[in-house]
Write a protein that binds this ligand. Structure first.
Ligand code: PRX
Length: 631
């Protein structure tokens, strides 16, 4: 499966495009299937229906666990590093992980969870999260992981959308120095989640947790009754493996559905080729498992490949800015994969926290989640990579399941701020405003990024809303998957992602849509209207600026701003809080009454030239807003 040279890459790429069925058939032979497929893939872009390895049967956990246990049971799957460095770290072998997964599978079974049932996981970055995910996959239940930074309302909405039967959580945990009372957040959500029958609570701290008799039980009490053996459920390649919610540009979050067979092949193939991990390497992806990066490149990809990874519970700033590099040294990390926002934040502290001695084990660096600016790229390359590590700028999405455009470590060349070349099996296209593909003419071209062919790890649908899936991804450009990103392609075929071209704003690598934030704000009694826009931020990449008009007769701006921040924390989560809130008399509108976000975006970015505003319904408000803009 491994591409070993630039020439090999070009050959493999060519093969994958000329005959995708033969190409992926061969790749898929490297996995353990209980039954092989009838067809490699079928695709209907019109209906947005895709299948990979149809007719095949497998269990992804046999590929992630059993087959490694048979060969190398004592290999470390995870070095778990707790939030607090004075607490003991834990090494978990493949054998131990398998035993724990099997025992917890039994617990799930005893709770009445079976194939196809949805289980919500709302947990910190502890080994039990991985155990719970894999136990779901083992018995064929569909996991829906909600990032433990989301609010109770967001949790409630996601549980209800997927109709989850079981919730698995922790009593509380520390993120840095902050105590997060997870179960209390759950309890608020649980008042409005009628489908939840049981709650399993992992006791991560000594904090007392209110438990509801008959519904809530502790993880350890459940496990004490469990057996170690659990045969893997036989899954069809196209059965759902998990649901993961991501922001929609309008309305409620989209429950992106990934299936068992294609996702396994796509994540493992990309993991092996992008990172080029060897037997004795130690790989560390710093993402949270609550996002797709954690699903694909902490859990499924590395485990199916058989890698040794670091799993970190904490944050880069606790106890201080040295933490990442101390962990690199402690485990002799060779492959380090993080987000540009973390790089910018650490770069801002200067070099006093980076001890070059601690970085000697590093061989490969990666980034994901947002465009990386030149300055951050250079710092990463010089200070962390000591100019000896390739930097893999990996472009992909929750919906793509696996990395789509990226350099392959030590195989294909790097270019600062460019994701570079598509992986085999990925055929990108850049589209113009009129919906036409921009023909490559030997010079740099720029447009909206689409993918022209199906690939194994692509999302199959949006949970219970296939129409929305079709509309969002497959109707803007006929016969193509539309990514929502803009990109340019240089004369050598390297891609650089320029950012979102829709209403989604990426803040510290988290996808946020402005519509639900505005909806939350508008529910506050005294708020008349609101408009949220993004503006560039040195560390977060983007930050949010809220323009708010109030109903008549309200004046205490400070308490209104406080109420807005509280409401957003409650409804969505702290990550959606605007950095700037400006109370305005009115919002600039077109004559048909639409808010002119283009102008607000310019004001937020500190620009002062708005072009002709005379066609606005209320041009005079622009000057007033500008005069009071927060810099
Ligand atoms: O805009 C792109 C940006 O993140 C979006 C996908 O976000 P999400 O589904 O949360 O997945 C993030 C982790 C894969 C993309 O549409 N993005 C992701 N990686 C990059 C990127 N933008 C630029 N460069 C990247 N390497």
């Amino acid at each position: 499966m491994r591409i070993t040279s630039l020439e090999d890459y070009h050959q493999q790429y060519q093969k994958s495009i000329e005959n995708p069925a033969a190409f992926w058939d061969k790749i898929a032979q490297n996995f353990y299937w209980q039954k092989k497929w009838d067809s490699v893939y079928e695709a209907d872009f019109e209906k947005a229906k895709f299948s990979w390895f149809k007719g095949a049967e497998l269990n992804i956990t046999e590929n992630c666990l059993d087959r490694h246990v048979r060969k190398n049971p004592d290999k470390i799957a995870f070095h778990w590093e707790p939030n607090n460095p004075s607490e003991d770290s834990i090494n978990i072998t493949y054998q131990e992980l398998q035993d724990r997964v099997c025992r917890f599978s039994y617990v799930l079974h005893e709770k009445g969870i079976g194939k196809g049932d949805r289980v919500c996981l709302y947990m910190p970055m502890i080994p039990e999260l991985v155990v719970a995910m894999l136990a779901c996959a083992r018995i064929g239940a569909v996991h829906s992981i909600v990032f433990a930074g989301f609010s109770s309302k967001a949790l409630e909405n996601r549980i209800n959308d997927a109709q989850c039967k079981l919730l698995i959580t922790a009593n509380s945990f520390y993120r840095g120095s902050k105590l997060i009372s997870l179960k209390e957040i759950c309890d608020v959500a649980l008042e409005n989640t009628p489908t939840i029958e049981n709650v399993i609570v992992y006791r991560r701290t000594i904090e007392i947790t209110p438990m509801q008799e008959g519904r809530d039980t502790f993880w350890f009490d459940e496990l004490s009754k469990a057996y170690k053996e659990c045969d893997p459920a036989v899954m069809n390649a196209e059965d759902p493996l998990f649901i993961l919610y991501t922001s929609g540009s309008t309305g409620k979050p989209k429950g992106v559905v990934h299936t068992c067979g294609g996702y396994m092949v796509g994540t493992t193939y990309s993991f092996e080729n992008v990172f080029q991990v060897d037997e004795n390497d130690v790989y560390w992806c710093t993402a949270d498992i609550g996002w797709i990066t954690g699903h694909s490149y902490i859990v499924y990809g590395p485990l199916a490949f058989g890698a040794t990874s670091v799993l970190f519970e904490g944050v880069p700033t606790y106890p201080d800015y040295r933490r990442f590099w101390q962990i690199v040294q402690k485990y002799q990390v060779s492959h380090f994969y993080t987000a540009p926002t973390a790089i910018r934040m650490l770069a801002k502290q200067g070099e006093k926290y980076v001890d070059a001695e601690s970085l000697t084990s590093l061989k490969i660096l990666g980034t994901v989640g947002e465009p990386i600016n030149e300055e951050a790229w250079e710092w990463y390359n010089e200070v962390i990579g000591q100019r000896k590590c390739p930097i893999l700028d990996t472009w992909w999405q929750t919906e793509t399941g696996a990395i789509m455009i990226s350099a392959l470590a030590d195989v294909t060349p790097n270019k600062p701020t460019f994701a570079t070349l598509p992986l085999p099996g990925v055929l990108p296209a850049l589209m113009d405003e009129d919906g036409k593909e921009i023909v490559f003419n030997g010079k740099e071209i720029q447009g909206n990024l689409c993918i022209k062919n199906p690939w194994p790890s692509m999302a199959r649908t949006i949970w219970s809303d296939h129409e929305r899936f079709k509309k969002v991804y497959f109707s803007t450009y006929k016969g193509k998957y539309f990514t929502g990103d803009g990109a340019l392609r240089d004369a050598d075929g390297n891609y650089r992602i320029t950012g979102r071209v829709d209403d989604i704003i990426i803040i510290s690598g988290h996808n946020l849509s402005t519509a639900p934030i505005e909806n939350a704000i508008n529910e506050i009694e005294i708020v008349g209207e609101s408009a949220i826009v993004g503006y560039p931020d040195d560390i977060k990449g983007n930050a949010l600026y809220a323009f708010i008009s109030l109903k008549e007769g309200t004046s205490d701006e400070e308490s209104i701003k406080k109420a807005i921040l509280e409401k957003i924390s409650q409804d969505i989560g702290a990550i959606a809080k605007p950095s700037k809130i400006q109370i305005v008399e009115d919002l600039p509108k077109t004559r048909s009454g639409k808010i002119m976000r283009r102008i607000l975006r310019k004001i937020a970015a500190g620009e002062r030239d708005f072009g002709d505003t005379s066609t606005l319904l209320n041009p005079d408000v622009v000057e007033k807003i500008k005069a009071k803009a927060i810099s």
